[in-house]
Design a protein around this ligand. Sequence first.
Ligand code: PRP
Ligand code: URA
Length: 215
Amino acid sequence: MQQYKDHKQIHIMDHPLISHKLAILRDQRTGTQEFRNVVSELATLMTYEATRNMTTEEVEVQTPIGMAKCRMLSGKKVAIVPILRAGLGMVDGMLTLLPSAKVGHIGLYRNPETLQPVEYYCKLPQDVAERDVLVVDPMLATGGSATAAIQFLKDYGCTKITMLNLLAAPEGLDVVAKDHPDVEVFIAALDDHLNENGYIVPGLGDAGDRIFGTK
Ligand code: PRP
Ligand code: URA
C-alpha cells in the first residue's frame, strides 16, 4: 500500500486484483449487473486490507490432535456506515468478511449546482459510539459528502472512524485530510483531478447511477 503525500493515515491500495477489478468498473461498456458485482467484490478486498490492524487476542483451541494457541479478534465491535445511495453497493461485500457488523445509513446527495452535500436520512446503531466505524462510499470527489458524514459520526460520539472509497480525487482527499486527520482512509485508486462538474477524471462516471441502473 502507498501513502498519500505526507498523510500516514491515507492509504492507496496497489493489489493486482484491485487494479484489475477497478479497470472493469471504469470501462463504460460494463453493464449494471457486472458493475454491481464488481463493486461488491472490491468492497470485500478493501475490507480485507483495511482491517489488517484490528486487534486480536490469544485464545486456546482444542483441535482433534491437541491444544493450539491461536489469535482471534478482540476489542470493539464494528459498524459499517454506507453513504446513500452509492455506498449501499459496498455493504454486502463487506459483510462477507464482517458478518456480525451492524449497519447504519447516512443519506447525503450532492447538490449538482453547489456541489454541497444535502442530508436526507440518518439511522445509526444505538451503540455506534462504542464501535469501530467503517464509512463507505465508492467516490470521494470534492470531499464534501465524506467530511459531512464523518462529522456526523463524530457528533454521535464515534472516535474510531475509517473511510473506504474506491476512487478519490486529490482535491477531496486534501479536504478530508485537513478536516479529519484522525480518520484513516483507504482508497483503491487515486485519480487525476475533478472536472468542472465535480466529477472524478478519469473516474468511472456516476457510481450511484451505474450501480442502480438509473441512467
Ligand atoms: C456521489 C458519491 C458520493 C458523492 C461524492 O453521490 O457516491 O456520495 O457523490 O462527491 P463529493 O465528494 O463531491 O461530495 P451522489 O451525490 O451522486 O448521490 P447518490 O449516491 O445518491 O447517487
Ligand atoms: N460522484 C460520482 O458518482 N462520480 C464522480 O465522479 C463524482 C461524484
